[in-house]
Write a protein that binds this ligand. Structure first.
Ligand SMILES: Nc1ncnc2c1ncn2[C@@H]1O[C@H](COP(=O)(O)OP(=O)(O)OP(=O)(O)O)[C@@H](O)[C@H]1O
Ligand SMILES: [Mg+2]
Length: 297
């Protein structure tokens, strides 16, 4: 857990461009019991226990429909796995959750996604602020060609964290990323010299350094060996005490190991969502049963 002054003193801006009016509602909404702030944010969204609620999300790329009316609730401080065969819209949905699809020219997104009761697609929301609160870790780790220290310090520096606090913040973030012991004596070395698994944990530490509420992970272990994968899964188990995690995985055992909730996508439709136990052991939809039992995909 990161509890130090360094993090506590970091900016916790809202996501709206006209910030001050909404700030108290947003900040009251941080943390697992977000319910109290919701009347101020959006009166008809019942988010008790939820960090993110997606309602009727459609995405197309040009004319090609990628997601058809996805609605899903993602609970605070749990890990939700998104599963399904290739091309079914998992990454597309994940990117909706922090407005990364905005960066794809022909992507069109409709519907609503509420983060602690606020629609992140509202016209006065700043996507950059959304991405600070909803961090992302990609399939291929992508450290900056900078030192290990500078990779982690990058985000806080941009947010104006004072220089004297950076050392402690970098250490805490690397500890939270499960990497500190391995790199504490080489913080000034290039991040590109780390192993694949270490680079992936560095990217997690970098994402954590700006104190996000949600971490999105798109197949974060697909390029890792079994030992690095096990470390990553252990880390996910620890991190969800502090951040809500949404992970795309093709590895069903991984979903069972790390996720409390699972959503099964198929050809642009969200077929079924529920507890991981229910999805894997008593699915309601025949397609889900076929997929989790390995009959296709
Ligand atoms: N940038 C893009 N431009 C056009 N079409 C896209 C783009 N990204 C995704 N698509 C299409 O949208 C559909 C959903 O893709 P998406 O990447 O979300 O699937 P996925 O479930 O993550 O697949 P995988 O498991 O292979 O990563 C696919 O048909 C894909 O070809
Ligand atoms: Mg994908």
């Amino acid at each position: 857990m990161v509890t130090s002054n360094a993090l506590a003193s970091m900016a916790t801006d809202g996501i709206r461009t006209g910030r001050s009016a909404h700030r108290s509602a947003l900040e009251a909404g941080r943390g697992p019991s977000a319910g109290a702030s919701l009347a101020a944010a959006d009166a008809d969204v019942d988010m008790a226990g939820d960090r993110i609620v997606a309602r009727d999300v459609h995405v197309r790329y040009g004319d090609k429909v990628a997601l058809r009316g996805t609605s899903l609730r993602m609970r605070a401080n749990t890990c939700t796995a998104l599963i399904g065969p290739s091309g079914c819209g998992k990454s597309t949905f994940l990117r909706c959750l922090n407005r990364m699809n905005d960066t794809i020219d022909d992507a069109h997104v409709t519907g609503e996604i509420f983060l602690d009761g606020e629609n992140i697609y509202a016209s006065d929301v700043d996507p950059v602020a959304v991405r600070r609160r909803v961090g992302m870790v990609f399939q291929r780790s992508n450290p900056f060609p900078k030192s290990i220290f500078e990779n982690v310090a990058y985000g806080p520096r941009r947010l104006g964290t004072p220089k004297r606090e950076l050392g402690e913040l970098v250490e805490q973030s690397l500890r939270s990323g499960g990497l500190w012991e391995e790199v504490k004596d080489r913080l000034d070395e290039s991040a590109l010299g780390l192993s694949g698994g270490q680079q992936q944990r560095l990217c997690i530490a970098r994402a954590l350094a700006v104190d996000p509420d949600v971490l999105l992970m798109d197949e974060p272990a697909s390029a890792l060996d079994p030992i690095a994968t096990a470390k990553l899964e252990e880390l996910i188990g620890e991190l969800r005490a502090r951040v809500t995690i949404i992970i795309v995985t093709h590895n069903m055992q991984q979903a069972v190991r790390v996720a409390q909730h699972t959503a099964f996508f198929y050809m642009g439709d969200l077929v079924e969502a529920g507890t991981t136990d229910a999805i894997f052991n008593s699915p309601k939809e025949p397609k889900t049963a076929d997929y989790v039992s390995g009959r296709f995909g």
